[in-house]
Ligand binder design. Structure first.
Ligand code: HEM
Length: 453
């Protein structure tokens, strides 16, 4: 589809946002979406800063504009709450969590959990992150090939266990890994499907979903029960949640399990997907790989990295940012407009779901030169100086900004340094890596050969 005009309307009266010219009378954008799921939002965002689209019977808005995103997520955030249809699917009959709640329910959760993600706390996680990563790297041999997407999901899950709950999830990792993958696949198919199979129907998908919820609940309950018997106090997220169960009437152990589960869910696949994309882009850009390896060799050499080293690795951060720009794990997020609104001259109807096109904004020519080119150098202070702050939203911004960003960034830095000191990650000839649209945007087919360095 060709790129159309991005001008906002000039009239005073708010107008209806346009639709894609190829939208269908009966099905709306349904067949267009499924013909190229990975690029649908990117493509549709080119029609204008706000576009109305319909998947089967439901009308939604797609916003591809940094200023509109700021209005929705910050300035007028009280009018744009978590989208109830999506949150109902994510909660799947379970309790609300930090991720899915709004208003007062959200505020107390965020205040309670914020200290577990504090900078000082993250610094204390450094050893745990390195231990888990070294365990993985030590188990590898040169010449072997590994599915790096899966490997990154395993190591980031182990790190969540160590840092948030102070436990070793090794014994449960294979089951938990299957459970979270199944959960993710089921949720995305429920979100995109116009017809919802009732949860009580004994379909394979429903049975798998039930089984994966049982695995998650059993594993996390046993972690919680073990902690109940611990004699030494631990200053981690689990401790903060347990205290809340004890002092707050409405907060039950069952709710706490859902909170723990949503932290594992939100915290491991996203970081893993970014790491996997980084390994992929290094194979595509040997010049970037060479420069990154040189920086790591000069600053770290053969020793173990420390937290203090991380600020001496500017190019590594530029590569991470550029990967998050090109391949944001959350390519879009949604809110529901509570009252009718007007944004930049466009009408927003009360009750309408508004999709913020994170990937579209991060590849919009109004904010980025050559947006489709992978160019870590665009992250120098000089080239970043005049950029719209809301044009880069991998962790979102405003009050609902990702609570895990500092942890995730530290993890990515330490994991990459540890892996790249030891191996080069090479794709076999003819390998085809594609965007796989799941709950997060991840690469498919990332079987890589390990070459010694
Ligand atoms: C590259 C890694 C990550 C990315 C790209 C990412 C992205 C995001 C985004 C876009 C949101 C906002 C969703 C919305 O409100 O619509 C979010 C929220 C959240 N993230 Fe992350 N995330 C990452 C890592 C993590 C980690 C490591 C954790 C926890 C250990 C985490 C936990 C959460 C939680 C709990 C929320 C909800 C916060 C709230 O609403 O107050 N995330 N994340």
């Amino acid at each position: 589809m060709s790129s159309a005009s991005l001008e906002t309307p000039l009239v005073n009266q708010p107008i209806d946002p346009p639709r894609r010219p190829d939208t269908k009378f009966l099905l709306g954008d349904y067949s267009i979406y499924f013909a190229d799921e990975a690029n649908y939002f990117l493509d549709t965002g080119k029609v204008g800063p706000m576009v109305r689209f319909r998947l089967a019977h439901l009308d939604h808005l797609l916003v591809t504009d940094a200023e509109f995103a700021k209005e929705i997520l910050q300035t007028r955030n009280k009018n744009y709450l978590k989208e109830p249809r999506l949150m109902k699917i994510i909660e799947s009959g379970a309790a609300q969590t930090l991720f899915s709640s709004d208003g007062d329910e959200w505020i107390w959760r965020r205040r309670l959990m914020q200290p577990a993600f504090h900078k000082k706390q993250i610094a204390a996680f450094c050893d745990a992150i390195l231990n888990e990563t070294e365990k993985m790297v030590d188990s590898w041999n040169a010449g072997e090939s590994h599915d790096m997407d899966e490997a990154m999901k395993m190591v980031t899950m182990m790190i969540i266990g160590r840092t948030m709950f102070n436990v070793d999830m090794d014994g449960d990792s294979a089951d938990l890994h299957w459970a979270y993958r199944t959960l993710s696949e089921t949720l995305i198919s429920r979100i995109t499907s116009p017809i919802q199979t009732p949860a009580w129907m004994p379909t394979k998908a429903n049975r798998d979903f039930q089984e994966c919820q049982e695995i998650i609940t059993t594993t996390l309950s046993s972690i919680m029960n073990e902690r109940r018997h611990a004699t030494e106090p631990q200053n981690d997220l689990l401790e903060m949640l347990l205290t809340m169960v004890d002092v707050e009437d409405g907060f039950t152990q069952e709710q706490m399990i859902f909170e723990m589960s949503s932290i594992v869910f939100a915290g491991h696949e996203t970081t893993a997907a970014t790491l996997a994309w980084i390994l992929y882009v290094l194979t595509e850009h040997p010049d970037v790989e060479a420069k990154l390896l040189e920086e790591i060799d000069t600053v770290i050499g053969d020793r173990r990295p420390t937290m203090d080293d991380l600020e001496k690795l500017p190019y590594l951060n530029m590569v991470i940012n550029e990967t998050l720009r090109m391949y944001p794990p959350a390519r879009a997020t949604t809110r529901q407009a509570i009252e009718a609104d007007e944004l930049g001259g466009y009408k927003v109807r009360a009750g309408e779901a508004v999709f913020i096109n994170i990937e579209g904004i991060q590849k919009d020519e109004r904010y980025w030169d050559n947006p489709l080119q992978f160019d870590p150098e665009r992250w120098t202070a000089e080239r970043s100086a005049n950029r719209h702050k809301w044009a880069f939203l991998p962790f979102l911004d405003g009050p609902r900004k990702c609570i895990g960003e500092p942890l995730s960034r530290t993890e990515m830095q330490l994991i990459l340094v540890t892996m790249l000191k030891r191996f080069r990650f090479v794709l076999p000839a003819g390998a085809k890596v594609e965007k796989k649209v799941g709950f997060v945007l991840q690469p498919s087919g990332l079987e890589m050969i390990l070459e010694p360095r």
